[in-house]
Design a protein around this ligand. Structure first.
Ligand code: GLN
Length: 319
């Protein structure tokens, strides 16, 4: 039986064989300059133990992973009334598609595509004076890392190249689904996408989804167990954009990816894991991070190590 640490190191070595595949996001210059040869992975068990391999401490742009924090905060503020503004179903379309939004009268399919997250950000602009700072502070608290910051260059770059996201926001505004000033809503959305966090930060910060809503860092429930279960269900069906079905088949875990190359996956009742590598496939999901999570998923269902940590399966069973 290999230990989880040994298994992560093996995953790191195997995921690196995929580093030549895919393309770094190039829709904004600040992301286009990322180096494609990076890989990191961090596991946070529900007991609070951290295991890492590769560049797990390196901060990267969390991008759409911010949509999980946005949704959690909006549900805390608004509860189920949020679902009058945003749907609960997979879109089957690219994350930045406008086509469906017009046909469905400005109500985005789900909170994990761009239009959905922008509608959610509008709710937070109504609720908080400085929503992105609030979200940053929540990320700091949940991860136990007070140095987490919003990367001003990325935020600026998103703003300068905002045409498509602005089009979505204005379309929703025209249908009455955005209450606040569009520029203010976009600024909140871009600022949250521009948070720079590491695999360790993200695995820690989103562990509440694995732990029935309990956040170890605050020593108290962050959300109700029922809400954690519901968010995980949405992550399972919608978290990987139009590739959600492929990922569900290959990995079978609730997960959220971002075009910075990060993917967080949740193993309810056991652990949270974040893998990161900047090169993406055509759906905008990191090639090497998806592969790493596939390897992680293969080890699940096997023995729990003492202390509740995950024990990886015997080496000879690894493909
Ligand atoms: N900031 C990105 C955008 O708005 C987020 C998209 C993503 O990570 N999929 O397009």
């Amino acid at each position: 039986m290999v230990t989880l640490q040994e298994w992560l190191e093996e995953i790191d070595a195997r995921a690196r064989t995929r580093l030549g595949t895919g393309r770094v996001a190039d829709y904004i210059p600040a992301l286009a300059e990322q180096k494609a040869d990076r890989f990191g992975i961090a596991v946070c068990t529900n007991e609070g133990d951290i295991y890492t391999a590769g560049e797990a401490q390196e901060p990267f742009s969390i991008q759409s992973i911010a949509k999980v924090f946005l949704l959690t905060l909006a549900l805390r503020v608004q509860g189920d009334a949020l679902w009058e503004r945003v749907g609960l179903n997979p879109s089957g379309m690219p994350f930045n598609s406008l086509a469906q939004l017009e046909a469905e009268r400005g109500k985005p399919r789900n909170p994990f595509i761009n239009a959905g997250a922008i509608a959610v950000a509008d709710r937070l602009v109504s609720a908080y004076a400085t929503p992105s700072k609030h979200l940053r502070d929540v990320a700091r608290t949940l991860s136990g890392n007070a140095s987490i910051r919003i990367d001003a260059r990325v935020r600026e770059s998103e703003w300068r190249h905002r045409a498509r996201n602005a089009a979505m926001a204005y379309l929703m505004k025209a249908f009455g689904n955005i209450d606040n000033d569009v520029d203010q809503v976009l600024d909140a959305y871009f600022s949250c996408c521009a948070l720079a966090m590491s695999c360790v930060d993200l695995a820690r910060a989103l562990n509440y989804l694995a732990a029935d809503g309990h956040a170890r860092a605050i020593g108290a429930p962050f959300i109700a167990p029922d809400l954690a279960r519901k968010i995980n269900s949405l992550l399972f069906t919608c978290g990987m954009y139009d590739a959600a079905g492929d990922f569900a088949y290959r990995v079978g875990l609730p997960a959220k990816s971002g075009v910075g190359g990060g993917i967080v996956a949740i193993v309810p009742g056991r652990l949270s894991v974040c893998a990161w590598s900047p090169a993406l496939d055509d759906s905008g999901n990191s090639v090497a991070a998806q592969y790493a999570l596939e390897l992680i998923a293969e080890t699940l269902g096997h023995t729990q190590a003492p202390g509740g940590g995950l024990a990886a399966r015997p080496r000879q069973h690894a493909p």
